[in-house]
Design a protein around this ligand. Structure first.
Ligand code: NAP
Length: 224
């Protein structure tokens, strides 16, 4: 084989194996409109995704449409399997999930799109809104590295606006959560702009950081 062809082949093998080594195992707990949409974008980006819900047997069509690197499992399967756990459930499910996941996610990054609403989520939603959503998340899931994102962009916009250079806020404090959170946002086709968890309430629907942004405009909000 001529040397140039050999070098091209070798670098192709290197790039492919690097991309495979970098691929994440992403567990999505709550595979509805948001979890299903984001999980599908991550499969298309080369990651492996396990979709889960209380009824994983109903996720066959989603798994099929997402692609060969998608699978379905129970909530416990998902908690054990993923390098990172995406939580995309109505906030009213948090007390039950807190019990179910106790001690199973310690040290993992949990990426939550889940929002509290007083109407839909009753007392659980009201309490989280009163004390602050990030604090509530951490009380339900102690010991995880929390990141919140995609809280105030509709699932239809997640599909339609992906890959168009639009920025969204990513709320996280520690470096593991910031890095993995930013990567998941980037790999779904959006530009991550990092904010502290203390500002997570601003990223709820109708908050001052809701919606999709031009990156420079959103970066200006980091300081005010
Ligand atoms: N819709 C949007 O455009 C949008 C945008 C941004 C953020 N959000 C927020 O993201 C979260 C998800 O919204 P969504 O619209 O995707 O809701 P959804 O379509 O109703 O999906 C919710 C998912 O959660 C699962 N689920 C419910 N309780 C569960 C439990 N105890 N354990 C495990 N899985 C459970 C449901 O499946 P089973 O019932 O089969 O368990 C379903 O797969 C919400 O907090 C919402 O406010 C929504």
């Amino acid at each position: 084989m001529p040397k140039i062809l050999f070098l091209m082949f070798a670098s192709l093998v290197l790039c492919t194996s690097q991309a495979m080594a970098d691929a994440l195992k992403i567990s999505v707990i709550g595979a509805g409109k948001v979890g299903g949409t984001l999980g599908t974008l991550w499969v298309k980006a080369g990651h492996s995704v396990m979709f889960s819900s209380r009824h994983p047997e109903e996720l066959t069509d989603l798994v099929k449409s997402a692609g060969p690197n998608a699978r379905a499992g129970s909530v416990s399967d998902a908690a054990a399997w993923g390098d990172v756990i995406v939580l995309s459930v109505p906030y009213g499910a948090m007390p039950v999930l807190s019990e179910q996941l106790k001690g199973k996610l310690d040290g993992k990054v949990v990426f939550s799109t889940s929002n509290p609403f007083s109407g839909r989520d009753g007392d659980v939603g009201r309490k989280a809104l009163d004390e602050g959503v990030a604090l509530a998340d951490q009380q339900y899931l102690p010991g995880v590295h929390l990141v919140r994102a995609f809280n105030a962009i509709s699932y239809t916009s997640m599909k339609d606006q992906a890959g168009k250079g639009k920025a969204i806020p990513v709320f996280a404090d520690d470096s593991q959560a910031r890095e993995l959170g930013a990567r998941l946002v980037r790999d779904s086709g959006f530009v991550p702009v990092i904010f502290p968890l203390a500002r997570a309430k601003d990223g709820l629907p109708n908050g001052p950081l809701s919606g999709v942004w031009n990156e420079a405009d959103l970066k200006r909000k980091q300081t005010n």
